[in-house]
Each structure stands twice: as structure tokens, then as C-alpha cells.
Design a protein. Structure first.
Length: 161
């Protein structure tokens, strides 16, 4: 890996995969593929570029797109995050594509993902097996939560005369 860790993956939020897929197909000609659990949709054919996907909105802890940076050591990087004033959101989770991921928030509340490759000789990660064993992620800091929609004003009751 280079001295400056590269951004290797970006995720967007989606509350409706079919709608998102149709939108990006029409606007940019992108083709997508949804996973069997209906929790993730990936962009097909990135041709060696930045890998891209969409995660179901209710499963995403970031208020906007989530960039993943490749690092050699998740634990050491998270220690540096904490020392520098950031906050760990998810310490580490197996990643179905190989390796592990973690999430942190910087001092401004921006959520960034970290990814480390699977080490040679380590066992492959099975998504269904790891999901049940993985601890629940901590709640994100207040600054990282998306704002709740404003309540709709109620209509006054009409009185018949």
C-alpha cells in the first residue's frame, strides 16, 4: 500500500433499490446487482475503478455517501483516530468480499469507513455466518445522524354548519 491510503470504495444510501437502480440506469447507464438479503446493491462493471454500491438506508450509519479508505491495520488506525479527536463507531466487522471494515467519525461528525484486506492464509468470511456473531454497532455520534424529517402540520378539523 502507498504512504497515503487510497479511497477504494464508496457507498450511497437507498431506501428503494429498484428506484435507485432505474434512476442510475436511465441517467448514467449504470447496471446494478442486488444481494440475496436485499441489504446491498453493487454497481456492475467498474472496470478496475472505484468499487461502488448502495446500502439500505436503515442499515447505514452515515448521513451521506460513505467512503472507505484502505489501511494495513484497523486497530492501529482507530487508535490514531481516537488520539486525534475522532470517535470509533464500529471497531471491526468481517467484510463478505474479504478482509474487515471499521467506521469512525472525525471531529466534525463525518463518517469514514476503513477497510483492510484479508491476510494470506486466513479463513474466508461468510456473510450469513458472521452477521449473527458480530456485535451490534455502536450508535453514531449525534453529528453523524441524518436529520429527522419535520413533522407535517396537522390539518384543522372542518366543522360542518
Amino acid at each position: 500500500m502507498t504512504a497515503r491510503p487510497p479511497i477504494v470504495h464508496i457507498e450511497f444510501r437507498s431506501s428503494d433499490f429498484p428506484r435507485s437502480s432505474a434512476f442510475y440506469a436511465k441517467v448514467l447507464g449504470w447496471q446494478t446487482q442486488q444481494n440475496a438479503a436485499a441489504t446491498y446493491m453493487k454497481l456492475d462493471g467498474t472496470d478496475g475503478g472505484l468499487s461502488t454500491g448502495w446500502v439500505r438506508s436503515d442499515l447505514n450509519q452515515a448521513p451521506g455517501p460513505l467512503a472507505y479508505v484502505e489501511v494495513d491495520d484497523l486497530a492501529a488506525t482507530l487508535v490514531e483516530v481516537e488520539k486525534a479527536g475522532g470517535r470509533t463507531i464500529v471497531a471491526r466487522r468481517p467484510f463478505a468480499g474479504g478482509g474487515e471494515v471499521a467506521l469512525f467519525a472525525d471531529p466534525d461528525g463525518n463518517v469514514i469507513g476503513l477497510w483492510t484486506r484479508k491476510k494470506a492464509g486466513s479463513a474466508a468470511v461468510e456473510p450469513a455466518a458472521t452477521a449473527a456473531k458480530s456485535p451490534k454497532p455502536a450508535k453514531p455520534p449525534a453529528a453523524a445522524k441524518p436529520p429527522k424529517p419535520a413533522a407535517k402540520p396537522s390539518k384543522p378539523n372542518k366543522v360542518k354548519r
